[in-house]
Design a protein around this ligand. Structure first.
Ligand code: PGA
Length: 248
């Protein structure tokens, strides 16, 4: 049985005091859930949010991480810096990083390998653009992202990896992929993981859907066979909605 995940991605939203207020609003309401609850927050609040959520079941993670441990990389954060503040989870390869900050399949791969080296859990994001779906090449695109992201990643690292399928055209647009389309792609990703590794890894790896997940559609998405959870942007910013998502 794969444990479901609801992961909030706050992107460039919230100050520390707003983050604390959010946690006050959710912590008692999500404490008995069987769902794994994660929030990926801006780096300015990583430490305070990590400290503030101590003793709760809320996992705080970073939205990005560099693949070097240190060096002349202005504005970046290294795995050592995350470990220094006890943060052991990060998103890698979000489509906004790929689109606006030159993240490539190669840097994604280096980041995953570096995270594994430092025992940092990863949520790898993949997904096609609208024009790629219109050309019916979405599976090839996602397959390439998966194959390149996991180059040299060994099977035994897979208990530290979650995959999030986020079709770019569905992010922040209010357009959700139909639950059937999302499930079909996620089943396809699972079969690719089986091709790359083995049946056991593909059966156990958790694969989330992301792109305009909200309380109104979460249940239907979660009822699909292969969808193990949601990576949620907009609807993760408001405590009440986030609680509804976790308690789908
Ligand atoms: P959204 O964002 O829920 O606002 O569409 C999802 C994401 O980018 O992770």
């Amino acid at each position: 049985m794969r444990k479901p995940v609801i992961a909030g991605n706050w992107k460039m939203h919230k100050t520390i005091s707003e983050g604390f207020e959010f946690i006050d609003g959710i912590k008692d309401k999500v404490k008995d859930t069987d769902v794994e609850v994660m929030i990926f927050v801006p780096c300015t609040m990583l430490k305070s949010m990590k400290d503030y959520t101590k003793g709760t079941n809320i996992v705080i993670g970073a939205q990005n991480m560099h693949f070097e441990e240190k060096g002349a990389f202005t504005g970046e954060i290294s795995p050592l810096m995350l470990k220094d503040i006890n943060v052991k989870n990060t998103l890698i390869g979000h489509s906004e990083r790929r689109e606006y900050f030159n993240e490539t399949d190669e840097t994604v791969n280096k980041k995953i390998l570096k995270a594994m080296e430092h025992d940092i859990d990863v949520v790898l994001c993949v997904g096609e653009k609208l024009e790629e779906r219109e050309k019916n090449i979405e599976k090839e695109v996602v397959k390439e992202q998966i194959v390149k992201a996991f180059a040299d990643v060994s099977a035994k690292m897979f208990d530290k990896i979650v995959i999030a399928y986020e079709p770019i055209w569905a992010i922040g647009t209010g357009k959700t992929a139909s639950s059937k389309d999302a499930d079909e792609m996620i089943a396809f990703i699972r079969s690719e993981i089986e091709n790359l590794y083995n049946d056991e890894i593909s059966e156990n790896v958790r694969i989330l859907y992301g792109g305009s997940v909200k309380p109104a559609n979460v249940e239907e998405l979660m009822n699909q066979d292969d969808i193990d959870g949601g990576l949620v942007g907009g609807a993760s910013l408001e405590a009440e909605q986030f609680v509804e998502l976790v308690n789908f």
